[in-house]
Design a protein around this ligand. Sequence first.
Ligand code: ATP
Ligand code: MG
Length: 669
Amino acid sequence: MSRLNPRQQEAVSYIGGPLLVLAGAGSGKTSVITRKIAYLIQQCGIRAQYIYAVTFTNKAAREMKARVGSLLRGAESKGLTVSTFHNLGLNIIRKEHAKLGYKPGFSIFDEGDIKALVSDIMQKEYAGDDGTDEVLRQIGSWKNDLILPDAALAKARNPKEQTAAVVYLHYQRTLKAYNAVDFDDLILQPVKLFQEHPEVLEKWQNRVRYLLVDEYQDTNASQYLLVKLLVQGRAQFTVVGDDDQSIYAWRGARPENLMQLKEDFPSLKVVMLEQNYRSTSRILKCANILIANNPHVFEKELWSDMGHGDAIRVIRCRNEDAECERIALEILTEHLKTDRPYSDFAILYRGNYQAKLMELKLQHHQIPYRLSGGTSFFARQEVKDLMSYFRLLVNPDDDNAFLRVINVPRREIGSATLEKLGNYASERDLSLYAACDEIGLSAQLDSRFTERLVRFKRYMDQLRQHCAQNEPIAALRSMVMDIDYEHWVRQNSSSDKAADFRMGNVWFLIDALKNTLEKDEDGAMTIEQAIAKLVLRDMLERQQEEQEGADGVQMMTLHASKGLEFPSVYIMGMEEDILPHRSSIEADTIEEERRLAYVGITRARRNLAFTFAARRKQYGEVLDCLPSRFLAELSADDLQWEGQEDAPVAVKAARGNEALAGIRSLLKK
Ligand code: ATP
Ligand code: MG
């Protein structure tokens, strides 16, 4: 424990009861967790299999695993669980599926599936799917607050909520019928299970002898309850967090959980850390000044002895193209001049849409890059098609998957046939898949059509057998050939190049599955489990991580950057309507946007630059942009403006509440 400061050491070695480490960015909270895992194993003799560490993103979980790995000998860490909340929930459901009323091989519905399902329910129940998004949000927020459909119905106060509650009821039933769960269920179902089955809870409590939670400020009500249930009785846990980095309120995160903890566990010990080991004092000062504009429950002061450091640059660019070009060229020049690896540089942005142009510029200059999170690989047509095949393979009750693949590629099965099949199935409480065989016997359909349905089902049945009997991966590969998916893709792509790219994704997906199976430590993973994992995107990101072994500029959203650090950071699009985001300005949730900016700034170790465009194409129009109000809040002495000479004076004058007005008048000049 030589490198830890006394406070950190105290946090690591305190095992007398529940512990909260509350501290600002870069103060070593995550380091405390990783060191503590090693301490528990090596000094306290707790076996790794009884230690569970939970964090927020897959990337963060991987990082934590790597950090722990470097502190332990291989065998010592065997059985250790370091995962996201959702992965932990998935594991619990997988082991306890029978008690929850799911069959093995259950599907996990992604956003697209869920939306389709809700819209379908609304069509049926209300003859229209207007307001689907709102209903979805409402259902999500009920789920995050652990409110089940019956309770939602009882609670609904106005027609809108009543509609949402009715849809919620149907939605939950349909999911069950499909043997599927959604993302929120991954937390909600284990909590329900633990509440209803004390014996199951006890079993898990015995498994989780020590629990560590990183980024605790971003847990929502259901995640908190999961934590609370797991540690009840023993109360052996360490959670670490920073209320200034709470950036998931929109997903139900409750920074108040930090306070709640003290109430629920009166013996809670609180350790505060104040030294930042990541950033130069200039970067840190900038972060401190910015966040001081938010109201605070806990007063924290961070300091650093990493040296004063270079000025923070604010780069004004003509337009978005110039902005991306500037960043790309700077990184290229720096890389060539100093030989620093590309991976030293991170480009952070508010929304994924900002990445596209940046990617193109980097490609243009042949700068390698890694895009993490947010790449909607899974939203791609071909990936969704294949995934639906896989899902249907492991879960024949998954009607959504069935409907997606039945005519991909075309099998001449028309909507009238599907409607008949649907009616037949729902009357008998069957899945569409199961109904394929039966409907033929009932003579409700012309034999030509029945034959097509039956042929499809037989094929899938055979494929399932192949997967079970021998090489599942080979079976999946031959499936792509059997259905001549490539032909379908070529027919539906704008160019040969696009089709090649899409087929590349298809093979990549199958390879990813193969890797998961091969990498499984116990060698006991079934193809079903591998597919379920894939849906959680976990594996794919890990794959990406392996490729990350190669050098590349890191690109990600500010949200995805939480917990990470880079020597040089560019935060692009520092403009009103982008950061802070337009919807936050309208909803008056600027404080959360400020925390997001704070997270971004505190990722930087030595160099930090903000860029913004004077004009930007948005919604097909070229619009004038205003620099972000957050720039005006920073200390002008530490900023170095480029591309606009009179900016520092004006911004200095504009500090405080008039920040925005000041910037506006500056631009009018
Ligand atoms: P964040 O709030 O951004 O998640 P954090 O509080 O989790 O940050 P860490 O990521 O654990 O902070 O640590 C930040 C950096 O400081 C890391 O590079 C870590 O290795 C280093 N560090 C932590 N503690 C010490 C120490 N006692 N001595 C030297 N370096 C340290
Ligand atoms: Mg951290």
